[in-house]
Design a binder for this molecule. Structure first.
Ligand SMILES: NC(=O)c1ccc[n+]([C@@H]2O[C@H](COP(=O)([O-])OP(=O)(O)OC[C@H]3O[C@@H](n4cnc5c(N)ncnc54)[C@H](O)[C@@H]3O)[C@@H](O)[C@H]2O)c1
Length: 317
């Protein structure tokens, strides 16, 4: 086992998120070693990344200071976990969202790396205490939760295990900043982290408003895309409130706090996402965008194109 040089990162799992992480890390000049337990899958990932990077370079949207060819040079693929981990100072796990599989993989990884190596998980729904419960030295563990696709949506939620060391949080924060992501620190773990908790609140109220016959599926989406979303791409809810009253946040709450409280008390229980009542919502959505692969793929491509333009705009901001 050679000692890590702070330049090499191992990405474990080469699906959607593993590939994106690999692209983000090489854009920052790091050497990235990709492992997948499906033979040949990590090599396929590199072929796919190469194609994407060349397209991005053509569109002048490649991240980082290196050319596509230089970034591709920094990538290598492995079908052997030990070889992939050799020399890495940071491990980003990106395998299926299954608790037992993640627990076993981290147990295997810990056996193969030195004490100082940071073990980071991409999990979106599992809390660190569960993901890392079979790791012996848990002070080195952290969740770095990306938003899909991380290449354009830069937020990363850093979520500590109750035993995570402060310097592990700091090193991960510095790494994410260096590669151009936008890391935020959660002070302790919580189910759903911050992003998915806020998202769940938005989903619940949108669903409820449609289910109660107040608004259509099309129009509630416009409330976000043409309304709240316009400013949320640049300023969050706290700053929005601070700027929306002549004397800032305290003034805002004096003016609108009671109204917000009243509306909040009218929110009902968790809506029914699965029963009879959900069918008409799903049908309404499918009339707008049919759920066959052709339509969904076209809309996903449109979303990624628009996100790419927005990322560019934010860069110039
Ligand atoms: N897709 C998203 O929108 C998104 C967003 C944020 C976080 N995440 C999280 O990222 C992780 C990966 O998600 P994804 O969408 O990339 O999944 P995916 O299904 O696209 O890829 C998973 C990859 O892991 C590999 N794999 C499975 N078991 C393995 C093992 N034991 N060892 C090595 N490789 C293994 C698979 O072969 C596959 O290539 C999940 O924890 C998910 O919750 C996903």
């Amino acid at each position: 086992m050679s000692s890590p040089d702070m330049k090499t990162i191992a990405v474990i799992g080469s699906g959607l998120i593993g590939r994106s992480w690999a692209m983000v890390f090489v854009s920052g000049g790091y050497t990235v070693k990709i492992f997948d337990n499906q033979p040949g899958q990590s090599a396929n990932a590199i072929t796919e990344i190469k194609k994407q990077m060349e397209e991005l370079e053509g569109a002048r949207m490649l991240r980082g200071k290196l050319t596509a060819a230089q970034q591709i040079q920094l990538l290598s693929s492995y079908d052997d976990l030990a070889q992939a981990l050799e020399g890495a100072f940071f491990v980003q796990e990106c395998i299926f969202e299954q608790l037992e599989v993640k627990q076993t993989v981290f147990q295997d990884i810990e056996r193969l790396v030195g004490e100082g190596v940071i073990l980071s998980s991409s999990t979106s729904c599992l809390v660190p205490s569960n993901v890392f419960s079979k790791v012996q030295k848990r002070s080195r563990c952290i969740v770095s939760h990306p938003v899909n696709p991380p290449y354009y949506v830069k937020l990363v939620e850093l979520v500590p295990h109750p035993e995570t060391a402060a310097d592990v949080m700091d090193t991960t924060h510095a790494l994410m900043t260096k590669v151009g992501q936008a890391p935020v620190r959660l002070k302790k773990e919580i189910d759903g982290f911050a992003l998915n908790r806020v998202q769940a609140a938005i989903i619940a109220e949108s669903w409820r408003l449609v289910q109660d016959g107040i608004i259509s599926v099309r129009d509630i989406d416009l409330v976000m895309s043409e309304g709240l979303g316009m400013r949320y791409a640049f300023i969050g809810p706290m700053e929005t409130m601070h700027l929306n009253a002549p004397e800032g946040l305290e003034d805002y709450m004096k003016r609108y706090g009671e109204g917000i409280r009243r509306v909040l008390t009218s929110f009902g229980p968790v809506p029914d996402f699965f029963g009879e009542g959900s069918k008409s919502i799903i049908n309404e959505m499918c009339e707008l965008i049919p759920s066959d692969q052709q339509h969904l793929t076209a809309r996903k491509e449109r979303r990624d194109q628009l996100l790419m333009h927005l990322a560019k705009l934010k860069k110039d901001d």
